[in-house]
Write a new protein. Structure first.
Lengths: 115, 414
């Protein structure tokens, strides 16, 4: 078994949650989550609030530096993710494809280091 | 016993032929490509030491696999002594009997699907397939694709690290797989063949080492998947195309299909290709799936092989096959090749009308096709410009030489 992160990268603004489209997406994502939990493949997952709610904190120096926002602006940002457990990459890709269909975004599948 | 003088050459050949089997078997058993490859190399060293005096064993492939398996177990035992947490300790007590031949073949099939996994970069798939199944050295693969050996070594190392890290399985994909896995395997073999058939770069116009290797891989796949029409189609396509090899270059120049010495085409390869194409046709006729790209391309080449000379070519059948091909693979290159058949049926002016509408400006064969059609229409000035563009876009020395001669034969008058 390998743990994989399925990350959902957004570009552009968050979808407006009040639209029917977004509601359908939430429902599909919820159903996918339920399925992962039922099959025992669920480790963790969740959606993140918009990027402008993030705060950077740098504790590498003598003083802890806290700043509003992220370190570097990029076109892509993390909107949410799942951590799943799968037998191998083929199984993870299958789940990635289902998750992608549910949330309406492409998904990046990346293995965790094993130890 | 006095060693035969050609034993080293024999060992070399056996090793290359058996390498894929040995690595595939060990990869399945130990789940690790590095262990499999290292053990295969150690088995070769042992063979080089022992065979010249002991003689070549009756089943050299089995001998290499057994020896390599022992080496791998030795290594894992040493490592597990160093690191008691090592999971491999579990495998040492694995006393599964030797796999019968059928399963060994399955191992190779597993491995080719791993090497051609869509999660790997396309160039890495080709390199891994040639390395792990073809038994080519990194240096040979680097030379084939004209990249420095260190670059190729990194490419292969990175791909193997991804297979390990991302846990790409050694498994034959089932029908529920999300991607077209067999298509990816066929594409890799076809790409190796094409690179040999008309080398995209370098000084050699044809690379028999690559076409031979692609046909060898095609034969392995055909043995492993005898009921897949596209597998038979790809092998037939490669055999029918390669049957013309000895006639395709003369005096450093490419010889086009209509000018080749058809008497010198390899009849055995054509016969084998025809048998495969007939098998595909009967599979379709008995309700099998519609033929796809490779079967249709093989059928087109079978029609060419049937014609005793270029004038006798059944162009209407070729045009019909290109219509079918365009239906499953609607690319501008297919449209262009269809137009070449149209030129024979309806004249070069009709064909040129089709070709000119295609967006293939960077493709050498598009310029060469236009040049030929313009030449046949007597439009020498435009033909000359098209030949110049084709020569500039081609990387193949024999093709450049042929196009240059054709251009220089144009009459000075427009």
């Amino acid at each position: 078994m390998t743990q994989y992160m399925l990350s959902v990268n957004h570009t552009g603004p968050y979808p407006d949650p009040t639209t029917d489209e977004a509601q359908a997406m939430f429902a599909a994502t919820g159903a996918f989550n339920d399925k992962l939990m039922a099959s025992g493949q669920w480790v963790f997952g969740g959606g993140l609030l918009p990027l402008d709610t993030s705060t950077s904190v740098d504790g590498t120096g003598d003083d802890v530096l806290v700043t509003d926002g992220v370190f570097s602006e990029s076109k892509e940002y993390l909107g949410g993710f799942w951590v799943i457990e799968a037998a191998d990459l083929d199984e993870a890709l299958k789940l990635g494809a289902e998750g992608s269909k549910a949330c309406g975004q492409a998904v990046v599948v990346r293995p965790f280091a094993s130890e | 016993m006095t060693p035969a003088p050609d034993i080293p050459a024999q060992i070399d050949q056996i090793y290359r032929e058996e390498y894929g089997r040995v690595v595939a078997s060990l990869a399945r058993r130990f789940g690790d490509l590095d262990i499999a490859e290292d053990a295969a190399s150690e088995a070769l060293i042992t063979a080089v030491e022992k065979w010249p005096t002991d003689g070549i064993p009756p089943n050299p492939g089995g001998w290499l696999t057994t020896t390599a398996t022992h080496r791998a177990i030795d290594r894992l035992r040493r490592e597990s002594l160093r690191d008691t947490k090592h999971q491999a300790a579990l495998m040492i007590s694995d006393d599964t009997p030797h796999e019968p031949t059928g399963l060994v073949e399955d191992d190779r099939l597993r491995l080719i699907f791993t090497c051609c996994h869509p999660a790997l970069a396309a160039e890495a798939r080709v390199a891994l397939t040639l390395r792990l199944l073809g038994g080519l050295t990194v240096e040979e693969i680097a030379r084939a694709f004209l990249v420095p050996e260190t670059t190729m070594a990194q490419r292969i190392t990175r791909a193997k690290a991804k297979i390990k890290g991302a846990n790409i399985p050694f498994r034959i994909p089932d029908t529920s797989d999300v991607t077209d896995r067999l298509g990816a395997v066929l594409a890799v073999i076809h790409l190796v063949f094409n690179e040999g058939y008309l080398a995209g770069s370098g000084d050699d116009p044809l690379r028999a080492d690559l076409t031979d290797e692609a046909i060898r891989l095609g034969r392995i796949l055909r043995r492993l998947l005898p009921d897949e029409g596209e597998v038979a189609g790809l092998l037939a396509l490669m055999l029918l195309t390669d049957s013309r090899r000895s006639t395709r270059v003369a005096g450093g120049e490419l010889v086009t299909l209509d000018e080749q010495d058809r008497g010198a085409w390899d009849r055995a390869m054509i016969g084998e290709g025809h048998t495969l194409v007939r098998e595909c046709l009967s599979r379709v006729a008995s309700g099998g799936p519609r033929p796809r790209t490779y079967q249709l391309m093989a059928a087109i080449n079978a029609v060419h092989a049937d014609a005793p000379n270029a004038r006798d070519t059944d162009w209407s059948q070729i045009a019909q096959l290109y219509d079918q091909l365009y239906a499953v693979s609607p690319t501008p290159i297919v449209a262009m090749n269809r137009a070449i058949a149209i030129a024979e049926l309806d004249g070069p002016d009709v064909a040129l009308g089709i070709v000119d509408r295609l967006d293939l400006d960077g493709y050498h064969a598009w310029h060469a096709t236009r040049a030929d059609l313009l030449r046949r229409l007597g439009r020498s000035v435009e033909a000359r410009a098209a030949y110049d563009a084709a020569i500039a876009a081609s990387e193949n020395p024999a093709e450049k030489a042929y196009l240059g001669r054709r251009r220089d034969q144009l009459s000075a008058a427009g």
